[in-house]
Design a protein. Structure first.
Length: 227
């Protein structure tokens, strides 16, 4: 097995915690830079009220890159999964804390029926326990507490040991440098999602490359529905 974990490079114009980051950023320019830098997948924020995103951003990204694309949004209705597929997404984010158990199961099953992969996002032990009931292939650990927006990267270290072997683990929020990535690799994380750091830098291609261990390894697709 080759060393290193995959990088999911995120495009977002802003966030509730950071405010406007790059509201006029060129989607195609960023995602092609991510691909050249060795990202394994792209995440695109499509939520407009909180992140200033849109489905148009996802559609533009789809036209610009062959990498798998994750639709990152507050998915609460099966219709949004259909939107994701039509816009060209390969995967969708399901946030456990935002969904009742029944809704989580329905959305997960609907995504499967659409051949849409899911990143099932958790933040604490309770979220993880609920997520494991639907037996997801990919679990995202968000280090950001959605209640107060505070980030604690120890969240990933605390939860990763309770995730069964064979489940892909994605660490989210709070990562800015190579040293952190090396630590994630050491504790068994499979991928890291990085957004604000990449959106703020002047050379996102070089930044992605600096965060990877092995460029070929990061190009292995994370999601099965390759386009």
């Amino acid at each position: 097995m080759r060393p290193g974990l995959s990088v999911i490079a995120e495009f977002k114009r802003g966030s509730p915690s950071a405010g406007a980051i790059r509201p006029n950023a060129d989607v195609a320019g960023f995602v092609t830079a991510y691909e050249r830098g060795g990202a394994a997948a792209v995440s695109v924020l499509t939520d407009e009220p909180h992140f200033h995103g849109s489905l148009a951003d996802l559609e533009t990204a789809r036209e610009a890159t062959s990498l798998p694309i994750l639709r990152k949004d507050f998915i609460v209705d099966p219709y949004q999964l259909w939107e994701a597929v039509i816009a060209g997404a390969d995967a969708a984010l399901l946030i456990v804390a935002a969904l009742a158990d029944e809704d989580l199961e329905v959305l997960f099953e609907e995504a499967s029926a659409l051949d849409l992969d899911c990143v099932v996002e958790v933040h604490d032990d309770e979220d993880l326990e609920r997520a494991l009931r639907i037996e997801p292939d990919v679990i995202g650990i968000n280090n950001r507490n959605l209640k107060n927006l505070q980030v604690d990267t120890e969240t990933t270290a605390d939860l990763v040991t309770d995730i069964p072997a064979g489940v892909t683990v994605v660490a989210e929020s709070g990562y800015t440098g190579r040293e952190q990535i090396e630590e994630l690799d050491r504790i068994g994380v499979d991928a890291v999602l990085i957004g604000e750091t990449l959106m703020r830098c002047e050379d996102p291609e070089a930044m992605v490359r600096s965060l990877t261990f092995d460029e070929d390894a990061t190009r292995e697709h994370l999601f099965t529905d390759e386009r």
